[in-house]
Design a protein around this ligand. Structure first.
Ligand code: ATP
Ligand code: MG
Length: 593
């Protein structure tokens, strides 16, 4: 059942959504059974109480009441109250605990699933949306399976049992008492379908606001620099208004549901007072029966109220579960290969044949028929901005899927190799250094958590960052702030480079990884890392020709195509584009000099 049809029909939980939670119910069945038994305990004790009230009232009426009888009745009622208190504690602990376990289980699975998804997915869904899912939506499911379930079981059992007890006292009066109920059932059904639709809007708006807050906070410096604080506040205010608007619509429906339930309850009370009173006057039932009947009717008031509340909780839970389910039904387009065989990719030979690629939703290809092979040694890649260099890196690091027969690694089609095997063969320095709000040591050791301090310092020295790190008050233990705010652009890049060097993998890809470093330092770094690149396949992308001059081969990219390749000298002679940028760059250097 699609989400839309679920909205239309107003069904609380579709089978597809239930499949998501059934295994958890099964796993914790003992806890649930015990919880429900305790819940039934509360209900039975509550149902027994009016029996003792009736006994006492009847004894008072027919004059047989003695101190001993009244104390006995009071004693039983007290005992029942103690029983109710104990059972209530037990069910709360077990069932609310269960809903927390279910929430944890869903959250763990959600996070694990998100980590399997590819870049296409993350281009379609914002971080805020996913954050809202793991906070607001999971909480709604937790409430529905915790309090919602308890209230539903409780309401159902209490209704049936109270009705049974009432019918035992007088069936006709019971029929009169429940006469207004069908009106409630019909109204609830009608309103609950609307609730589902409204909740969906509330959750969607919450997701949009979460994303807005996240992106505002993470780009606060930029927004301040562009004096956009006021406009951000206004925009957030407008979003808040829409959120309140949707919530108010929910409140209107709830506002109708709750009082309507109690109104119906009061109608029943009115009918019982009138007809029950008459039956008592006529002597058909005793005063004790009448008092007990009224007590049972009061017990029905809670389930009446609960109908509105439970509907509310279940609708919220179902809406959120459907939203979570939509994420679970997403699959990575990158086929992973499960293999017992291990592929120690010693040789880093890489080859792509007629590789064309367009980003999702784009018509113009970012790569157009690229054919190239990378063998041991340093290969430089140069090309105008937007020519497809980073896209090539994305394909080589298996972030996007490729067709069969296009990309070969160590002589094998990558589609026959497990993703982890391919990625474990490559040390990648992306164009934008990603730094975690951790210590510098942890940032460098990202891919090799157990790396010793000695190794870490060695690669940091090679990346020319060691001296700067030890000049910080806490050295390698310095915390760098969110996304490395305490570091300069060049420092971040060199930490990212050190991180890749630490991995010692057969293929190294550096995507413009030293763009924020001055040419002098870049030159020093390239010399220092040369021993690390020895015997490896190394792809160095750069906008500057100087660091590529020594490369055995240089590839020139333009508009998604590989337009020329050769060593520095041959390209100077044969490729006009290459010759032009070289002369521009040397001129500007001379100018600077
Ligand atoms: N995630 C994306 N979705 C859609 N289009 C994209 C995406 N990333 C890049 N592109 C487009 O693909 C083309 C190639 O981009 P790419 O990042 O590979 O260029 P580049 O050569 O690395 O440029 P630069 O030198 O500026 O880093 C560009 O036209 C760009 O607009
Ligand atoms: Mg790029």
């Amino acid at each position: 059942m699609t989400d839309k049809s679920a909205i239309k029909s107003g069904r609380f939980f579709s089978a597809k959504n239930l499949f998501l939670v059934i295994p958890v119910f099964r796993r914790h069945r003992l806890r649930l059974i015990l919880g429900v038994i305790a819940l039934l305990g509360v209900d039975s004790f509550q149902l027994l109480t009016p029996r003792f009230i009736k006994r006492a009232v009847d004894a008072l009426e027919d004059g047989t009441a003695s101190g001993a009888i009244l104390i006995q009745c009071a004693g039983y009622i007290l005992l029942l109250a103690v029983g109710i208190a104990c059972c209530r504690f037990v069910w709360r602990y077990l069932i609310i605990g269960f809903s927390r376990l279910l929430e944890r289980d869903l959250r763990d699975r959600l996070v694990a699933h998100l980590l399997t998804l590819d870049r296409r997915f993350f281009q379609r869904h914002t971080t805020g949306e996913l954050m809202a899912l793991s906070s607001n939506d999971l909480a709604a499911v937790q409430l529905a399976t915790g309090m919602g379930m308890v209230a539903a079981v409780d309401a159902l059992v209490m209704t049936l049992a109270a009705l049974g007890c009432m019918a035992y006292i007088n069936p006709t009066l019971t029929v009169i008492a429940v006469a207004p109920m069908p009106v409630l059932a019909i109204t609830t059904r009608m309103l609950s379908a609307r609730l589902h639709k409204r909740f969906n809007k509330v959750q969607e708006q919450f997701a949009a606001m979460t994303e807005f807050a996240r992106s505002t906070i993470s780009s606060i410096h930029l927004l301040k620099a562009y004096t956009q604080e006021q406009s951000q506040v206004e925009q957030y205010g407008r979003m808040g208004k829409v959120y309140v608007h949707h919530n108010l619509k929910v409140a209107i429906i709830q506002g109708l549901l709750f009082p309507f339930s109690s109104l119906i309850g009061n109608c029943s009370l009115l009918l019982v007072l009138f007809f029950g009173g008459r039956l008592t006057v006529l002597g058909t039932i005793t005063i004790g029966d009448f008092v007990a009947f009224m007590s049972y009717l009061f017990m029905l008031t809670w389930p009446m109220m609960a109908i509105g509340w439970v509907t509310n909780l279940f609708q919220r839970g179902a809406t959120s579960l459907a939203r979570i389910n939509r994420i679970f039904s997403e699959e990575s387009e990158l086929r992973d290969v499960v293999s017992e065989e291990s592929f120690p990719l010693q040789s880093g030979g890489m080859e792509v044949k007629k590789l064309s690629f367009a980003y999702p939703g784009q018509t113009t290809p970012a790569l157009d028929g690229v054919t190239v092979s990378f063998t041991q040694g340093v290969v430089g890649v140069i090309g105008k901005t937007g020519s497809g260099k980073t896209t090539l890196c994305h394909i080589l690091t298996r972030l996007y899927p490729v067709a069969d027969g296009v990309f070969f690694l160590g002589g094998r089609d990558v589609n026959t190799l497990p993703l982890a095997t391919v990625r474990n063969a490559i040390a990648y320095v992306p164009q934008e250094a990603t730094i975690f709000s951790e210590t510098i040591q942890a940032n460098i050791a990202l891919g090799k958590i157990d790396a010793g301090m000695e190794e870490i310092e060695k690669v940091a020295r090679a990346a020319s960052i060691h001296d700067e790190i030890i000049s910080f008050a806490d050295g390698y233990q310095s915390r760098v702030g969110e996304k490395g705010v305490k570091l300069s652009g060049g420092q971040k890049q060199r930490i990212a480079l050190a991180r890749a060097l630490l991995l010692d993998r057969p293929i190294v890809i550096i995507d413009d990884g030293l763009s924020a470093v001055d040419t002098e330092t870049e030159h020093v770094i390239l010399q220092q890392i040369a021993p690390y690149l020895k015997g490896k396949t190394c792809i160095v992308i750069s906008h500057r020709i100087a660091p590529l001059v020594e490369a055995e081969q240089i590839l020139v990219m333009d508009n998604g195509k590989m337009v020329a390749q050769g060593d520095h000298q041959s390209l100077l002679e044969s490729n006009a584009f290459y010759a032009t940028i070289y002369s521009h760059q040397t001129e500007s250097l001379l100018g600077e000099g």
